[in-house]
Design a binder for this molecule. Structure first.
Ligand code: ATP
Ligand code: MG
Length: 712
């Protein structure tokens, strides 16, 4: 036990060992909030104040939940499996699975991710003959989700003009369709769970009595409904322990309310607010930059972060000619760091928009650097994986129209658009699922769609008794998916992903705790919808971490690259156009990004960038100006880059080694001093040379484009 508390500073210790009261820990980035929360759980359990059964912990990502579980099992000798530690979505999903009947859901209900939701809304508009230019599907999704996040059903929505009236009608149709299909979108998981607990008194009392301690990380990003859900669960005397940082509130667009922190103070614990001010994560210069940036925001609750870790290195700033050039710079730096012994997993590349990852991924891929993308086009969102999952979903729930439409004609079975339109019309008229309506089709459509229905039935029978990984293997093979990709020119990678899906299922079933009510298949499908690429290829392998700034919240890395720091991209133009509030939210995002770094931080921007199919000419982000100049080290490497010619770097690539350098040539390097080239490799923009710098720096491989070598 003393071990448990040994490495805490006084306010941390105070927070961990608070008596059973409601408490708010309000503290800046890297001050140990998550550590305090985890240690408190361990302390409560090991002092016998509560059993693992009586604790609920809400984390922000699945990755964080896993880390917390792992840390907990290292701290106390208990079985952490089956503990209620997870995200809001994950915990609600679990509760709904356990009580699906009371919640009015089929046992194997499926979760619609945002792409599925969009597809469903589009389909609905088509069925209802509504002009999707007047009512853009994306906006409708936003409208629906925003209402659900406020706890408002279609029947209760406020109608103030004709346009909204129509949107509310579509919302109502959407709800009805989801109920018919037995599917839930993300927001629905929460709302439905909330309503279930509110309506069902015995169930509510059961959980209220069960959870004695409810702990919430990243509290600043909870929305109104999540807060109400917590209040409901804590209604039986549970103690709420919330940790958060108002400066890291970055989900306003999703309805998060920093106001919840003030409400929490008012509703629960005016007396138990603890502030942590020492930062244990970042070196001084990084922290100074973060503090300098966030200072520009108004209306902060106010915190003063300090560290005794020393200033550390300056912050490296790099301005590239183009996004490709920027990616090259980042990847080359990483290769050098890895060569010097930095683990690749400790290098993170962050970006504001997921679309930015493509160029970075391409560069990492061509240079053979293993990497892993969190969020964005995630493993479970890849086309082939979604196809396989759709077949699996149909096995569990044939009424899932989204899954049905995804694979009814994939691989192609000669089912035309016309047949599908007829089928949709019939289903609409019969008020049934597409699957059920198929029997009413006649003629050729009846035959082709009928064959598909038989295929699904056969698959179901054949896989009934198989373990999960074999179910998937069987379905991938017998549905024709595998064969389809075998014949496709670029299909190899897709086949590998399908294999990886089987691997993911195998890992999943090994973890018995992961399998809940409804069996392995339903649990796995729920996991696939909820998780962001955490089982993707190469789990456990050393890999560079790529993610959006949003996805990086709560995480830390030795080396962080923040890329695309350009006006309009970061800060994002949409936010900037909203005025001051928008810009402040972007600034909090930048604060989150900067505070992820432990030892070294790189900030980069490009003068031109391809985005959404267009070349944009960019200026550097205003955030550069908010960082005191003396903290920055400008890497003026572009001087050594070939002058950009029309068409990129084609001109340079015709030479064997750029700059006329050859083996034996003496050179001077700004940092390493004098040396002699001993080997060369690659061509043009990819050219690298190995230089012997003698006793000081020794042998180094350097990318010619960036290394600023002067022949002497
Ligand atoms: P964020 O706001 O980014 O979520 P946080 O406040 O949750 O940050 P943690 O992630 O808990 O901070 O801690 C940051 C780092 O500091 C972690 O590596 C943690 O182990 C370390 N740390 C926290 N407290 C101490 C301490 N008292 N002694 C040594 N290291 C500590
Ligand atoms: Mg944290």
């Amino acid at each position: 036990m003393s071990d448990l508390l040994a490495n805490l500073n006084p306010p941390q210790l105070q927070a961990v060992t608070l008596p059973p009261v409601h408490a708010l820990i309000l503290a800046g980035a890297g001050s140990g909030k998550t550590r305090v929360l985890t240690t408190r759980i361990a302390w409560l359990i090991s002092t016998g104040q509560v059993g693992p059964h009586g604790v609920m912990a809400v984390t922000f990502t699945n990755k964080a939940a896993k880390e917390m579980t792992a840390r907990l099992s290292a701290l106390v000798p208990i079985n952490v499996r089956g503990m209620w530690i997870g995200t809001f979505h994950g915990l609600c999903n679990r509760l709904l699975r356990a009580h699906y009947r009371e919640a009015g859901l089929p046992q194997t209900f499926q979760i619609l991710d945002s792409a599925d939701q969009l597809a469903m809304v589009k389909r609905l508009l088509k069925n209802l003959n509504i002009d999707d230019e007047k009512y853009p599907p994306r906006e409708l999704c936003h409208f629906i989700n925003a209402h659900k996040e406020q706890g408002v059903r279609a029947g209760q929505a406020e109608v103030y003009d004709h346009y909204t009236q129509k949107r509310v009608e579509i919302y109502a149709e959407y709800e009805a369709q989801c109920n018919r299909e037995g599917v839930c979108d993300f927001a629905e998981l929460l709302l439905r769970c909330f309503e279930l607990l509110q309506r069902n008194e015995p169930l509510r009392t059961h959980y209220q009595q069960r959870f004695r301690h409810i702990l919430v990380d990243e509290f600043q990003d909870t929305n109104k409904l999540q807060y109400a859900w917590l209040q409901l669960l804590a209604g039986g005397g549970a103690r709420l322990f919330a940790v958060g940082d108002d400066d890291q509130s970055i989900y306003r667009f999703r309805g998060a309310e920093v106001g919840n922190m003030r409400d929490f103070e008012r509703d629960y614990c005016a007396d138990n607010i603890i502030r942590l001010e020492q930062n244990y994560r970042s070196h001084g210069n990084i922290l100074a930059a973060a503090n300098a940036i966030i200072k520009y925001n108004r209306e902060r609750l106010g915190k003063n972060l300090w560290t005794d870790a020393g200033d550390g290195e300056p912050i490296r700033a790099f301005e590239a000619y183009s996004d490709i050039d920027e990616a090259r710079f980042i990847v080359d730096e990483i290769r050098e760091l890895v060569r010097d012994g930095v683990p690749a997993t400790q290098c993170a590349i962050l970006y504001r928009s997921n679309a930015q990852s493509r160029v970075l991924e391409h560069e990492l891929f061509t240079k053979g650097v293993p990497y892993k993308v969190y969020g964005g086009l995630r493993f479970f969102e890849r086309q082939e994986v979604k196809h396989a999952l759709a077949y699996l979903r149909l096995l569990g729930n044939p009424d899932d129209d989204t899954a049905f439409l995804r694979v009814v004609n994939f691989p192609t079975r000669g089912i035309g658009a016309r047949s599908l339109e007829n089928l949709q019309a019939a289903a609409h008229q019969m008020n049934s699922s597409l699957y059920n309506a198929a029997a009413s089709l006649t003629g050729k459509a009846g035959q082709t769609v009928g064959a598909f229905i038989r295929l699904v039935e056969t698959l179901r029978q054949e896989t009934e008794k198989l373990p999960l990984p074999e179910i998937i293997e069987h379905v991938v093979e017998k549905s024709g998916l595998a064969q389809h990709y075998r014949l496709e020119k670029e299909g190899q990678e897709r086949l590998e992903n399908l294999d990886e899906l089987i691997n993911a299922a195998a890992t999943f079933v090994d973890d018995e705790g992961a399998i809940g009510e409804g069996g392995a298949l339903a649990s796995f499908l729920a996991h696939a919808s909820l998780e962001s690429g955490e089982h993707q290829a190469g789990e456990g392998q050393e890999a560079v971490q790529l993610m959006s700034v949003h996805a990086a919240k709560g995480l830390e890395f030795d080396i962080v690259f923040i890329s695309g720091l350009e006006q309009g991209l970061f800060p994002h133009e949409n936010a900037v156009s909203e005025g001051r509030d928008g810009l402040e939210e972007e600034r909090r995002l930048m604060y989150v990004a900067v505070t992820r770094a432990r030892q070294r931080l790189y900030l980069s921007c490009a003068q031109t960038r391809m985005l959404h199919g267009q070349t944009r000419y960019c200026t550097a982000s205003s955030f550069f100006d908010e960082i005191p100049e003396e903290l920055l080290l400008k890497l003026n490497k572009k001087a050594a880059a070939p002058a950009p010619t029309w068409g990129g770097y084609a001109a340079a690539s015709s030479e064997p080694v750029a700059g006329g350098l050859r083996v034996g040539q003496s050179v001077e390097h700004a940092k390493f001093g004098l040396g002699v080239i001993v080997a060369t490799e690659g061509r043009g923009a990819d050219a690298r040379v190995q230089v012997n710098f003698g006793g000081g720096a020794g042998m180094k491989w350097l990318a010619l484009e960036y290394a600023k070598l002067t022949p002497v």
